[in-house]
Design a protein around this ligand. Structure first.
Ligand code: GUN
Ligand code: ZN
Length: 442
């Protein structure tokens, strides 16, 4: 990644820690800021005047006036094969899976189809300022190959895994404990830590795996202790009841995964709406995290996750879109809905906390805070440029905002892909809203 030094000048915001804990010490905001990038990494961030004074005058400066640069956003739960499932009417989880999702996923048997959708999906994420995601493939090994190939072309840091599922689903989507183990192993060997790609062992959820298959998933986690684990938990009440029927000897839903060694700091459980105190305790003890998917939880009628309760219980959590159960690729729109869910629970979610979650907070739950999520020196130079004048309504509202907190809140509530002026991955522009043909500089 030979790249000569470049300065990006705009307002700049990034986090050092959780603003609910450390207040003003938790972030750096430069009204007229400069971000110095070289060879795909952050060299320096600060006040423009100070940064520019320290550099030779021939360094190119790219200026984004009236824009805000933030670290590339991170989505900790999303399904790339479900792009076309988005906005499917009328069902809650189990019927939604059977009626819409499983038929759509069948098509990923075809590698070429999978490649087309993977490319569409990654461009859509980048268009929304999201530069890293933890992503489900389908049961087909080739779906994940297609995904990693598309991600490698863009040099994005992505985590993906082949779904393991061998029961309670149509025959055409079922693997076996042995084949799921073998396919996952081959994918780990081929892709984990290849460039910026990372692997996640991916049992779909307890309902679609036998004990034999969950045991194989646990075996993979033991053999490759630095890979991720992603699955679903306690999203829907009928789902929770079915799990209790299938695993009558388990203490609760989380205990099913626990028995097979699937908990840990790199284990991400989507939804977690209907968890018990004992399950919270096991999350805390193992450092496992819950992925909060507000647009999906509302769309599928799953429930209102109480993140305040998770904080009180010291359960780590992140924020995610969960497309195609979720209804938007935009993390801004996801934070908008997170705010509303929090309101319904009688609590508040500030704009600073929201943007912390979408960047450094999510990076921390993925154990990636030494690479992405902030502009710490040496971090990978993934960033998004947000536009305070993306629409007439955004402009009008921003002109009335006095404080940074007000401006950021309006950006979250009114913002979507139109608010993302540009997205950079490892220092390269991969999305330019106003000049889309000139964007791919890789
Ligand atoms: N639980 C098991 N599979 C899925 C899925 O694809 N989406 C959601 N939202 N929940 C699930
Ligand atoms: Zn999901």
């Amino acid at each position: 990644n030979a790249q000569s030094p470049t300065v990006y000048r705009a307002a700049i915001l990034h986090f050092l820690s959780d603003p609910d804990v450390d207040g003003e010490n938790a972030y750096q905001f430069f009204e007229d800021g400069a971000l110095l990038i070289e060879n795909g990494r952050v060299l320096q961030v600060g006040e423009a005047e100070a940064v520019l004074a320290s550099l030779s005058s021939d360094i190119p400066v790219v200026e984004y006036k009236n824009h805000l640069i933030i670290p590339g956003m991170i989505d900790t739960h999303i399904h790339f094969p479900q792009v076309e499932v988005i906005a499917s009417y009328g069902e809650q989880l189990l019927d939604w899976l059977n009626n819409y999702t499983f038929p759509a996923e069948r098509q990923f048997e075809d590698k070429e189809y999978a490649s087309n959708i993977a490319n569409f999906f990654l461009d859509e994420l980048l268009k929304n300022g999201t530069t890293t995601a933890l992503v489900f493939g389908t049961v087909h090994k080739q779906s994940v190959e297609a995904f990693f190939e598309a991600s490698e072309q863009r040099n994005t840091r992505m985590i993906c895994g082949k779904v393991m599922m061998n029961r309670n689903a149509p025959e055409f989507l079922c693997d076996t404990p042995e084949s799921s183990y073998q396919d996952s192993k081959e994918l780990i060997e081929a892709w984990h830590n290849k460039g910026r790609q990372l692997y996640a062992v991916t049992p779909r959820f307890a309902i679609t795996s036998t004990e034999e298959q969950l045991q194989k998933a646990g075996q993979l986690m033991e053999e490759y202790p630095d890979v991720y684990m992603q699955t679903h938990i306690s999203e829907n009440k009928d789902e929770v009841a079915f799990v209790q029927e299938l695993f009558p000897d388990s203490k609760d839903y989380l205990d099913v995964y626990d028995q097979f060694g699937l908990l840990g700091k790199r284990s991400v459980f989507a939804h977690g709406i209907h968890l018990t105190p004992r399950e919270h305790q096991r999350f805390r003890e193992t450092g496992s995290s819950v992925s909060f998917c507000p647009t999906s939880n509302l769309f599928l009628g799953s429930g209102l996750l109480d993140i305040k309760e998770l904080e009180e219980e010291q359960v780590a959590y992140s924020v995610a879109t969960d497309v195609g159960g979720g209804t938007s690729f935009s993390m801004l729109q996801t934070l908008n809905e997170a705010y509303k869910v929090t309101q319904l629970n009688g609590n508040k979610l500030s704009a600073l906390k929201s943007l912390y979650l979408a960047t450094l907070g999510n990076a921390k739950t993925l154990q990636l805070e030494d690479k992405i999520g902030s502009f710490k020196e040496g971090n990978e130079a993934d960033f998004a440029v947000l536009d305070f004048n993306s629409t007439p309504l955004m402009s009008l509202k921003q002109s009335k905002c006095k404080t940074l907190a007000e401006k950021l809140f309006a950006m979250i509530i009114l913002g979507d892909d139109r608010a993302v002026r540009a997205t950079y991955v490892a220092g390269n522009c991969v999305h330019d809203r106003d000049n889309s043909s000139a964007s791919q500089t890789n």
